[in-house]
Design a protein. Structure first.
Ligand code: SF4
Length: 305
């Protein structure tokens, strides 16, 4: 089990089962808290072969090198990081995607996860990834025609992707919640259960250049759906957009950059993929960039620990 020293206690995590244990009888002093964010997401590439309107990934070409990614993750692993989520763009389009996952799973204690649109999950790719992925996420925004209108791909192709991912590792469905998908949450939770998913992650739509944020009417419909949800698949919600929903946070003192950070495909460290403030990761490494980013937030008077 990997251990992490958190403001809320000693946090033990098993990446194979996903089991978390918090020994909160112990309250470690700040001087010994783990310095890495608990989770980090890494955009391996901005490349994607889909064109979703609500996509927030930058459209300029950029990709990270396997050695850079591995070096940063080694550093975060040694300072108490628990997991990495690879994304993009579409991470499976990175030429070294499999190698990166294998190396991180084999040479660190981090849980390796990734988010994919699911249309490139051939049986060959799944075979190569087996043993190096602890959890996978597949984006499913609506069913049937709604999905096809949102993602511009055939729903039948997504269903094949779901079948493939189910043979790879435990997995969850990611759902962008907007005026088109909110009415299909029941159908998506049924799909999640039928496909064997263990989580349905709700992502209230955020504003991009092409779309507005989820509006109040959709927000109320989402709140209503969540309150009445009786499905078997666990629900989760992104921190951005969770307001008004009944959430549980077992680590209330581990916020901001202590909980999570994002590395974009140009090697900038950010508080989230939506944040406009970043610190370039240079030769001094990712923890040095983290320190600079914290200082920036402190100077700006923003509450990032
Ligand atoms: S699949 Fe994901 S990365 Fe690709 S365009 Fe859609 S939202 Fe963006």
């Amino acid at each position: 089990m990997k251990s992490r020293i958190s403001p809320n206690g000693i946090h033990l995590f098993d990446r194979l089962s996903g089991l978390n244990i918090l020994v909160d009888e112990l309250r470690p002093k700040e001087a010994i808290w783990s310095t890495s964010p608990r989770q980090v997401s890494v955009a391996l590439t901005n490349l994607c072969d889909l064109h979703c309107a609500y996509c927030y990934a930058p459209k300029h070409k950029a990709s990270l090198h396997i050695d850079q990614v591995f070096g940063w993750l080694k550093e975060l692993d040694s300072e108490g990081g628990l997991g990495v989520g690879f994304g993009g763009g579409e991470p499976t389009l990175h030429p070294d995607f499999v190698e990166i996952c294998k190396r991180v799973a084999g040479e660190t204690q981090l849980a390796v996860t990734f988010t994919t649109h699911g249309h490139r999950l051939t049986s060959k790719l799944v075979e190569r990834l087996k043993g190096s992925i602890h959890f996978a996420r597949i984006s499913v925004d609506g069913v049937g025609r709604t999905y096809e209108d949102q993602r511009g791909k055939q729903f039948s192709s997504l269903l094949r992707g779901l079948e493939s991912i189910a043979t790879l590792s435990p997995f969850g469905l990611n759902v962008v919640v907007n005026e088109h998908t909110v009415a299909e949450l029941d159908a998506m939770s049924e799909l999640a259960q039928k496909a064997g998913a263990s989580e349905l992650l709700l992502l209230p739509q955020q504003a991009t250049a092409a779309v507005a944020s989820m509006d109040g009417v959709v927000g109320l419909a989402l709140q209503d759906w969540v309150s009445n949800y009786r499905g078997k698949v666990r629900l989760a919600v992104s921190e951005v957009g969770a307001s008004g929903l009944p959430t549980c946070d077992p680590l209330p003192d581990e916020r901001g950059l202590r909980a999570y950070a994002h590395i974009d495909a140009t090697g900038m460290l950010r508080a989230s993929s939506y944040s406009h403030v970043g610190a370039k990761i240079g030769d001094a490494g990712v923890l040095s960039a983290l320190k600079r980013l914290r200082n920036t937030f402190e100077i700006q008077g923003e509450t990032q620990p």
